[in-house]
Design a protein around this ligand. Structure first.
Ligand code: SF4
Ligand code: SF4
Length: 361
């Protein structure tokens, strides 16, 4: 097993609304001191490229880390070209080149958008100029589209895919099929969401030994052939130390442990948990300012712990503090579902959440 741990700079610790630089620096230092090098950011992770500049680029020699970032085709316009975006990213981070550069989220029509807006051509030119070392793309779609993109763009050297033991045989995410498609094309793989946005970190109570859930999820991902990096969107030192321990002493899952994970999958499915990863892409354009992932969190807690007041208090305070519109205010416009990488039917789920949370108040 040779997969390394990557530090996803998407869920960094916050101080009120902005990223906490002090805590981020502490985590970056802990990560690099432990011998890890791979950092992952993106144009659309708010404040993340700038923080990468301050916490990593300004403080470490260039050979101590590798940096990956991503181009968002949907933010490219006639007055802000793909090249403008790329140059902005170099400026934000203070880098002269990216070690890994990805065209971001090539599904739901963004594959065509990336062609039409010149993202691939720009990236290829930047690579020729030495500003990109390795070119790839990230992807949340299905295997047929993945196969098409890989056939059209053999220059992609690696693919970033959502892979974890819960999604491996999930017919919506199709993690296994995507993995097999990428391997058929001989591509190396970067894994995102190995603990499914934290959902698997607390999964399997009474099935997995206490405290071992994240470790087992990471070992599942790292144990697949051809995986170069397993990303973890770490938010605090404790998570980081845990992850570092797992990767420093990486062991393949035993048959017994695989059976345990199958039982956890069954338990999660029978609970009917909403498999939201809290990426928050859906909240940006909601006309009713509904804090969708927080509401799903409350629903999952209610389902897991039965009739309990804590999730209801949580929901009431979200609404009364102005951090969320009521679930009942959803107008079913569907903007949220269009951008959900987990392909959740959000309007329908929000309507069910409203029945559980609004009517009970
Ligand atoms: S469908 Fe509802 S939750 Fe989704 S964006 Fe529209 S109003 Fe917001
Ligand atoms: S886009 Fe989907 S996965 Fe992301 S926070 Fe919203 S509901 Fe959850």
């Amino acid at each position: 097993m040779s997969a390394g741990l990557g530090f996803g700079l998407m869920r960094l610790p916050k101080d009120n609304e902005s990223i906490d630089l002090g805590q981020t620096i502490e985590m970056v230092d802990g990560f690099i001191d432990a011998g890890f090098t791979y950092f992952d950011t993106a144009y659309v992770y708010e404040g993340s490229e700038e923080i990468a500049g301050k916490a990593i680029v300004e403080r470490y020699p260039r050979d101590r880390y590798t940096m990956a970032s991503k181009m968002a085709s949907w933010k490219v316009t006639p007055s802000f070209t793909a090249e403008d975006m790329f140059r902005t990213q170099l400026e934000r981070t203070g880098l002269e080149y990216f070690d890994y550069y990805l065209i971001h989220s090539l599904q739901d029509g963004r594959d065509k958008e990336a062609e039409e807006k010149g993202c691939w051509k720009t990236a290829a030119r930047m690579k020729e100029e030495g500003k990109i070392r390795h070119l790839g793309f990230s992807f949340h779609g299905g295997p047929e589209l993945l196969d098409r993109i890989l056939s059209t763009h053999p220059e992609a050297e690696f693919v970033q895919l959502q892979i974890n033991y819960l999604d491996w045989d999930n017919p919506i995410i199709q993690a296994r099929e995507n993995y097999e498609t990428a391997r058929k094309h001989g591509k190396r793989i970067v894994i995102m969401e190995p603990v499914k946005g934290g959902l698997l970190a607390s999964a399997g109570k009474g099935i997995i030994e206490d405290g071992r859930a994240p470790e087992m999820a990471l070992r599942f991902a790292a144990g697949l052939d051809g995986v170069m990096t397993v990303l973890s969107g770490m938010s605090n030192m404790a998570q980081m130390e845990d992850n570092i321990r797992t990767f420093t002493d990486m062991k393949a899952l035993t048959d017994e442990e695989r059976k345990t994970l199958s039982k956890v999958v069954e338990a999660i499915r029978s609970e009917g948990r909403i498999e939201c990863t809290s990426c928050r892409y859906c909240t940006k354009d909601c006309p009713r300012h509904i804090a969708i992932p927080d509401i799903f969190h409350a629903v999952n807690d209610l389902r897991a712990f039965g009739e309990h007041n804590r999730p209801r208090f949580f929901y009431s305070s979200l609404v009364s503090s102005g951090k969320s519109g009521r679930a009942s205010e959803c107008i079913k416009c569907g903007r949220c579902s269009k951008v959900c990488p987990q392909h959740l039917d959000i309007p329908n789920l929000i309507s069910k959440a409203s029945e559980m949370l609004d009517k009970a108040e």
